[in-house]
Design a protein around this ligand. Sequence first.
Ligand SMILES: NC(=O)c1ccc[n+]([C@@H]2O[C@H](COP(=O)([O-])OP(=O)(O)OC[C@H]3O[C@@H](n4cnc5c(N)ncnc54)[C@H](O)[C@@H]3O)[C@@H](O)[C@H]2O)c1
Length: 457
Amino acid sequence: MPVSSTPPTELPMPDSLVPSTERAKPAPTHPHAPPSVHPDDEMNPWLAQEARFDYAARKLNLDEGTCKILRLPTRELIVHIPVQMDNGSIEVFTGYRVQHSIARGPGKGGVRYAPDVSLDEVRALASWMTWKCAVVNIPFGGAKGGVICDPRKLSQAELERLTRRYTAELIEFIGPEKDVPAPDVGTNEQVMAWMMDTYSMHMRQTVTSVVTGKPVNIGGSRGRLEATGRGIAVVCDQAVAKLGLAASQSRVIIQGFGNVGSGAAHHLHARGYRILGIAEYDAGLWNEAGIDIPALLAYKAQHKSIAGFPGAQAVSAADSSALLTRECEVLVPAATENVITSANAASLNCRILCEGANGPTTLPADDILAAKGIFVVPDILANAGGVTASYFEWVQDRMGLFWTEDEVNTRLDRIMTDSFRDVIAYAEAHAVNNRIAAYMLAIDRVAYTTHQRGMYA
Ligand SMILES: NC(=O)c1ccc[n+]([C@@H]2O[C@H](COP(=O)([O-])OP(=O)(O)OC[C@H]3O[C@@H](n4cnc5c(N)ncnc54)[C@H](O)[C@@H]3O)[C@@H](O)[C@H]2O)c1
């Protein structure tokens, strides 16, 4: 059994490649050089994940052959998608789908629509999905997709045509038992409905379980939309308790007020945390007494932006990223990658960094945070509530039996709590930081399954 003093989760915990006697031993002091990348490559998320993977794999004494298998994605697809625009012209968009690992189950991971999508970014995101699904011990591998486009500049009709053609290009590679997409930055429930419908038209039958994050009336799960934010609140509760703090004493700053950031704000506020600051692209907000989050959510729903919210001091868009360095107990970057870097990590003033976004912290920043004694809840644990609820959605679609929101939330809270404890137990047993511990736990589980399945010649 993996190192954990917690009772077993409802899912069977796989065995480990590392004998328990080895795992219980304290780690030798600095047996390997810490992970590093060339300074010019600090912003490349794939190189950062590679370096962290290599370090964690060496700490596990993983054999070189298994390292070679797990280091690279299984499959990388590049598609060029012709789309007729509303004005009659034709545009060709480039899209990707990367399946990093399918050892533990079908690939699982979101689809991102953004102008700066790149193959290296999608690769990194796909591998993080492998590790994330393994950290929370759900039976999925890791995948991710993306299309280079600016969804804010496309009409609904153009977005629909782009989504349907992208789905059609991937038709042989996705499916409930192959690879199950979900929403990510720039995509939403409507995009998932179009993907599900396109796939179903090709299959000549409705296949709801081909994607997750769908609207509830067409096979979505209750609680899915809020699950990432809820999971963040659950692990924050654990982290705060670990440091001997209480929610009511904890001041929070959040970057991003989209699905993840606003969900985290909602759940943290409901648990008694004081949300002092919110940093968005176009504006920042600050209120020492704590922002009224339900009022801000209502304001954003009406105005589509947090700018101009009357219940807080306005911070200009140019200064909003500086909010990350103000004093607080919990900092939640929930917007995008590479926002905590070698340039600003030393200025952080938080006790806990709970990573809502994927890849918000660069590799060189990890060491700076460790030297400052900041307790990091790494992305592959902190934001895993979303994929966990996606797993529930996939299960419900395949059963044709749908759970109440309470059932979803109870199962989600238990998995997030158990996973937090598993990661911390690994960190303490191996004397590594929480991020490397999460990688080690995940790599151990994926490697074990890879060995069990053996290699197809
Ligand atoms: N949606 C999910 O269930 C989910 C699950 C796990 C991880 N994530 C990750 O969480 C992050 C956010 O995803 P989301 O679904 O909330 O996306 P989203 O598009 O709903 O929200 C992102 C928000 O961040 C803001 N933003 C973007 N860049 C910013 C910057 N540099 N500074 C300030 N604000 C900025 C945007 O304006 C937007 O409001 C991404 O890294 C995503 O991969 C999402």
